[in-house]
Ligand binder design. Sequence first.
Ligand code: NAP
Length: 330
Amino acid sequence: MNRRITLAARPVGFPQESDFALVESELPQPGPGEVLVRARWLSLDPYMRGRMSEARSYARATQLGEVMTGQVVGEVAESQDGRFAPGDHVVGQLGWQEHAVARGGALRKLDVDLAPPQAYLHALGTTGLTAYFGLVDVSRPKPGDTVVVSGAAGAVGQIVGQLARIAGCRTVGIAGGPEKVADLTRVYGYDVGIDYKADDVNAALKEACPRGVDVYFDNVGGALSETVFRRLAVGARVAICGQISQYNLTEPELAPRNLGFLIVFRATLQGFLVSDYVHRFDEALTRLGGLLADGRLVTTEDVTEGLEHAPRAFIGMLRGENRGKTLVKL
Ligand code: NAP
């Protein structure tokens, strides 16, 4: 039998465990050109909250009763595609389930001698690619720039901070709670960590960024961004990666209200999607793989065991309970 997590109800506000259903179905059988994959690792990501909703977005909503969307690393169990053999490690958009059948073309074979399988969901997966292109392409940091990252201890944020530091920038991370803020400087090499839940963020930024903020890599949005906009430097670049503070609101927050600062500081604000960079993934993976291999890039994983606990881990991540990349081990 196959176990899968499907969307049982569309959440209002924060998702609840009752919005998900654990269902059993027959083990799927691969047809010609298809591969049966036994899932080993499931990535849990904030974008999944968007898929649970019918609000307009860049991707189709998950339908009620449909398996939750998600990226998976697994092992080939059976193959009817000559490019894959049983035991191969692969990554693909296979959903929250223990087994999945996919077209061979929808899977990418992994080199697990290079990095552990789950790294292909973090530094060597969509998360690392998001950090790389959001920083290198959208933020365009120069040595000596001050780079501020919100959601700085999270999966994307921890990599952005390290890449910015390697690029010769001064790095300031913003995260919630004393443990995460301690991780910012101790584990991820940020020059300064700010606790948005306890500190006066404006005063802390003023002190940490005396010449202003050249790059703001925003994972959070809302009132926090409003505060950062006050401290931008002339010519600042603002990369809008995510707006997680807004994903579970039933009424949109009326912030940031101070876009006038973009005029004052002649700043550029740009949203981006990692999927726009597919044609350059190899470039990023070579760079990220090199940094990971020589120990210049460190990552933290927050691992939950068992598919049945995925909904709880997902909700916890949206609430900030994760300490690093949220993964489910299957
Ligand atoms: P993550 O940062 O590992 O986990 C989510 C974190 O968001 C939580 O741990 C929490 O950290 C923070 N958070 C939640 N609610 C918040 C609030 N109201 N105010 C401030 N912080 C809040 O997740 P991730 O996978 O790295 O994703 C980070 C962001 O990148 C998300 O916004 C996501 O949508 C975006 N993203 C964008 C793309 C793209 O292509 N544009 C691709 C991937 C991800 P604290 O404990 O510090 O509050």
